[in-house]
Design a protein around this ligand. Structure first.
Ligand SMILES: [Fe+2]
Length: 215
């Protein structure tokens, strides 16, 4: 090997070292684990496209149940905010019933609850919803699903993400077959702690961060 080739090889090695340094210095955020959409995504007739599920046009009262606020931020694998992301949620009402003909749960529906909502992230990747804490419901004879909210996140150029958000401290979390389908070291990213919030007596607020990846 002549001296020039040795020199070039040295440069290439230096370049690789710089690239590696840059890569290792970049922040990285773990992709939010996906979970099943389940069978109860609502039909089109139930759509009221906004982010407040506690008020139905024409209803004389707000939805039944504990009011919760969900605040979140959608980011990419480099922890950078992603704007204009469509965020949808759907869930059971306080009694644990979905507004879907396929739901066999005999618990009563709440006509003042929307069951579904959507919003878009702002320039900082932020989004928020006002809704109620859903009830637990029977999945099988010996398995009750813990309270959870289904979430779908979509934006052109990124992989769609469907997952579920859970409530920290719920005793049904530990035995839930769907929550346990997510590897143990990733489960905590789907479990949100809700704390009392000053803006509304009795309401709580939780932060649900979501990380998506480009296609
Ligand atoms: Fe569900």
């Amino acid at each position: 090997m002549n001296q020039r080739r040795v020199f070039l090889k040295g440069l290439a090695g230096l370049g690789a070292a710089v690239v590696c340094q840059k890569l290792s210095a970049s922040p990285s955020c773990a992709k939010t684990p996906a979970q099943t959409a389940g069978p109860f995504y609502p039909g089109e007739s139930q759509f009221f496209p906004d982010n407040d599920l506690t008020r139905v046009p024409g209803a004389s009262r707000p939805a039944l149940g504990e009011i919760i606020y969900i605040e979140g931020r959608v980011q990419d694998l480099l922890c950078q905010p992603v704007a204009d992301v469509n965020v949808e949620i759907w869930q059971a009402c306080a009694s644990g019933r979905y507004n879907n003909d396929r739901d066999p749960n005999p618990a009563p529906l709440d006509p003042a609850f929307k069951y579904w909502g959507e919003t878009f992230t702002d320039a900082q990747g932020r989004f928020n919803f006002k809704t109620i804490k859903p009830g637990a419901y029977p999945a099988t004879e010996d398995w009750d699903r813990p309270p959870h909210i289904h979430v779908r996140v979509a934006k052109r150029g990124y992989k769609d993400l469907i997952t579920q958000m859970y409530f920290k401290g719920d005793p049904l979390n530990d035995e839930d077959l769907i929550l346990k389908s997510t590897p143990a070291d990733q489960r905590s990213s789907l479990i949100v702690e809700f704390r009392p919030v000053a803006i509304e007596s009795g309401a709580t607020l939780g932060e649900f961060g979501i990380t998506i990846e480009k296609v």
